[in-house]
Design a protein around this ligand. Structure first.
Ligand code: GDP
Length: 440
């Protein structure tokens, strides 16, 4: 996410690092580079210029040059300003209606249908809601089918009327259906066009007027940069929507849309889409995003994801096994499955402070554990529960079965050994010692 921008900002702050004494010329140079980085990321010129002016004013106001670590303070000012630019606080979704009606808008291909499914899944699994998805595209039968496929995937009912060519009446009927059948959220996926056109705008504006949704969300592809901002403006002029959904942030996005959209339409970004799968949805937190952009990682999100997967009972079982020296490869495999549920490796690595930069040129496979899993699966149940019996002969057989080299089996055994030792140390009150060792 935003690798290029992160890299350029890092270089900008580097200017300050090479100097013993920092002068206002150095600060001005840095801010000029920050501005250039923003422009390269496809941030609108005026927004970029105002941004650096504000940071500069604050830097002067806080007497940056007289502080002990002017470089760090300047990074903080940039972070605060980026956070502010992207909306300041996190913006929630209004779920007060019964049913709550959410209208989705956006161009074709922006990821509207995919996101409608993700949102339904999110509300169902995280907010305990009973959502109904509604296919309101009266032009493309394929779009109706696509929503049905998505609904099947997540176990959410999809309402459609393939013969009805009146979007307003479909939406109204769907809400009646929801009321009669106990659905408390109705998500309406509307027709999109390849570009903003009058007919499409009229249609969605009519639906909007007829059903007065609690939330109107505008979905936009983050890869489209400045275009995303212009489209947002056109939709907002007609619909006065409540929030923005930025999709495809997992791709090689320059970042301009995420940074500029709030100040152009004055509407918050509420969610982001980070992949094609139904669980690739994140609530948008401006401060966490600012930290990611500045290469500071996003530890809070990482911990949250870990917590979501944390199963207390399972953890207790594992603890007991470690204490009894019974932690084996089956448990190791189970741990890997848990990590995998947290998201793609690339995404997770991006959340570790500094790691994104350090591993910038390393190709991270999405299924980084594939080979490790193959090796473990090639072990017998006995070998998995008692790894100490694995001798050279067994290793050779395991390697052959997994189609990997024996060195890889050796490496895995070593890692497993280190991990077991570390876990024992953490358990035996050595946690404190370990933290001290790591400088904590
Ligand atoms: P719609 O025409 O606006 O309904 O767009 P779709 O939901 O059909 O999405 C268009 C394409 O973008 C599909 O191939 C989706 O799988 C893909 N897509 C949607 N959201 C994301 C995302 O967050 N990340 C990635 N990588 N692809 C996405």
């Amino acid at each position: 996410m935003f690798d290029n921008l992160t890299d350029k900002l890092d270089k900008a702050f580097h200017i300050l690092k090479g100097h013993g004494k920092i002068t206002d010329v150095n600060v001005a140079d840095t801010l000029k580079e920050v501005r250039r980085a923003l422009l390269d990321a496809d941030v609108n010129f005026k927004i970029a210029k105002d941004f650096t002016t504000r940071v500069k004013d604050k830097a002067i106001g806080e007497n940056v040059l007289t502080t002990l670590q002017p470089g760090q303070l300047l990074v903080k000012l940039v972070k605060d300003e980026l956070t502010e630019l992207m909306g300041g606080d996190v913006a929630g979704v209004n779920l007060s209606g019964n049913p709550t009606v959410i209208l989705m808008s956006g161009l074709q291909g922006s990821g509207k249908t995919t996101f409608s499914g993700k949102l339904a899944n999110f509300l169902k699994t995280k907010k305990n809601k009973k959502p109904l998805l509604v296919a309101c595209d009266i032009y493309r039968p394929a779009a109706i089918n696509q929503l049905h496929v998505v609904g099947d995937q997540i176990g959410v009912e999809v309402y459609s009327e393939p013969e009805n060519k009146n979007a307003v009446s479909i939406a109204e009927n769907a809400i009646k259906h929801a009321k009669a059948n106990g659905f408390n959220v109705v998500i309406i996926d509307t027709a999109g066009r390849l570009a903003v056109d009058e007919e499409m705008m009229n249609e969605i504006a009519n639906v909007h007027k007829a059903i007065t949704p609690h939330e109107t969300l505008f979905v936009v592809d983050a890869m489209t940069g400045q275009d995303a901002v212009n489209t947002a403006k056109a939709f907002n002029d007609r619909l006065n929507f409540d929030g923005v959904i930025l999709t495809k942030l997992d791709g090689d996005t320059r970042g301009g849309a995420a940074i500029s959209i709030k100040s152009v339409v004055n509407k918050p970004i509420k969610f982001i889409g980070t992949g094609e799968k139904m669980d690739a949805i994140d609530v948008f937190y401006p401060s966490r995003m600012a930290e990611r952009i500045l290469g500071m990682g996003d530890v809070v999100s990482l911990v949250e994801r870990a917590q979501e997967q944390y199963d207390e009972e399972e953890a207790r079982k594992i603890q007991k096994k470690i204490a009894k020296n019974e932690f084996g490869f089956d448990d190791f495999l189970a741990q890997i499955q848990q990590i995998k549920k947290m998201g793609s490796m690339k995404d997770l690595v991006g959340m570790i402070p500094g790691a994104g930069k350090a591993l910038k040129d390393v190709e991270i496979e999405d299924d980084a554990f594939k080979h490790v899993e193959a090796i473990i699966q090639s072990m017998t149940p006995k070998e998995r529960s008692k790894p100490s019996i694995i001798d050279v002969k067994r290793k050779t057989r395991i390697a052959k079965g997994a189609g990997r080299k024996i060195e890889e089996v050796n490496q895995l055994m070593k890692q497993f050994d280190q991990m077991s030792k570390m876990m024992k140390m953490m358990q035996g009150g050595g946690g404190k010692k370990l933290m001290q060792m790591m400088g904590g």
